[in-house]
Write a protein that binds this ligand. Structure first.
Ligand SMILES: [Zn+2]
Length: 184
């Protein structure tokens, strides 16, 4: 099943999420439903808080960009309790959007690569270097677990320019071609 995606202005999107405990009930089903929701809305990543679950769970699939980067071919991941413990000094600019902030796309600076520890859906630990597009998605999604949206990472000027749009969005004025929900 697919979930509606929570939109900007919903207070729980700004809340830090709780770790996923061992024996979390129906984890496999939740992971399946998150992938289904993500694909149905043409996303490349989805964090559990975006569907109203404030837990540290992310799904991502970077393979859509595999044409430009063969390394991304099998880059489909479930990140449970992810922790970025090292990042490149170099930051790169990349255009980002967010299913929770429909209609807004902006360039954001972030480290080019990250080292991340996480558990997969079998609760097996991993320690992985993610680069390029995969690193970008992981950082964006892990931000969601802290209650941070990408628009908060923009320059003061860009934020000021977007203020009107965001304030309308938080009042329910937005368009999305996937299922959304907003609590105010
Ligand atoms: Zn997002």
């Amino acid at each position: 099943m697919t979930f509606p995606i929570l939109v900007y202005g919903t207070p729980s999107l700004k809340k830090p999420s709780e770790p996923v405990g061992e024996n979390f009930p129906e984890l496999a089903q939740l992971v399946d439903d998150m992938f289904e929701t993500m694909y149905a809305s043409d996303g490349v990543g989805l964090a559990a808080p975006q569907i109203g679950r404030n837990i540290r769970l992310v799904v991502l699939d970077a393979s859509a960009a595999a044409e430009g980067d063969q390394k991304l071919k099998d880059c489909k991941r479930v990140l449970i309790n992810p922790e970025i413990y090292e990042t490149s000094d170099d930051e790169v600019l990349m255009n980002e959007g967010c299913l929770s902030v429909p209609g807004i796309h902006e360039d954001v600076y972030r480290p080019e690569w990250v080292r991340v520890r996480y558990l997969d859906e079998q609760m097996t630990p991993h320690d992985e270097l993610l680069e390029g597009f995969a690193a970008r998605i992981a950082q964006h999604e892990i931000d969601h677990l802290e209650g941070t949206l990408f628009v908060e990472r923009l320059s003061a000027l860009r934020k000021t320019l977007l203020q009107g749009k965001l304030s309308s969005m938080s009042k329910g004025k937005y368009k999305a071609d996937y299922k959304t929900r907003q609590n105010r």
